[in-house]
Design a protein around this ligand. Structure first.
Ligand code: SF4
Ligand code: SF4
Length: 142
């Protein structure tokens, strides 16, 4: 590049607004159809385990502690998720959604990718290694 052209570029750039975005300080809204993290609606979940059964990567596990009382632990391993939305389509109750506004999923260690949803009592029981007496026929998230 000739010196004259280079100086011209430098001067033009110095007075132009930057093209780059100041992420993460400035964020644009995510596209509506972006598939971010899974969201589970515990109120409508029946614990059927279909989502886990159909998940191609074993990212979901549904543990049923008490079906009548709707005591479930829903384990979701974000690092295994392909964001394919198969679970969303498989769930007949419409409990699952891949939300567009939760997509910044980087974590410093893989432990941060394991999500356990449900009553605190049952999540704690699961974390302590206490499993339901009759586990749901479901997938096998770790
Ligand atoms: S989006 Fe796909 S990979 Fe992720 S949990 Fe659902 S079925 Fe599994
Ligand atoms: S398919 Fe739907 S209702 Fe069945 S366990 Fe999964 S989230 Fe719950």
């Amino acid at each position: 590049m000739k010196l004259g052209a280079m100086l011209n570029d430098i001067l033009t750039s110095a007075f132009k607004a930057p093209i780059t975005e100041r992420y993460p300080f400035e964020r644009k809204a995510a596209p509506e159809r972006l598939r971010g993290k899974l969201l589970w609606n515990r109120d409508t979940c029946t614990g059927c385990g279909l989502c886990a059964k159909d998940c191609p990567s074993g990212a979901i596990e549904v543990l049923v502690y008490d079906r009548k009382a709707k005591k479930f632990v829903f384990n979701y391993n974000v690092d295994k998720c392909l964001f394919c939305a198969q679970c969303v389509h498989s769930c007949r109750q419409g409990c699952l959604e891949l939300v567009s506004d939760d997509w910044e999923l980087a974590a410093l260690d893989r432990g941060g990718y394991a999500e356990h949803w449900g009553d605190e009592e049952h999540v704690n029981a699961f974390l302590a290694g206490i499993l339901p007496e009759v586990p749901a026929k479901a997938g096998s998230a770790e």
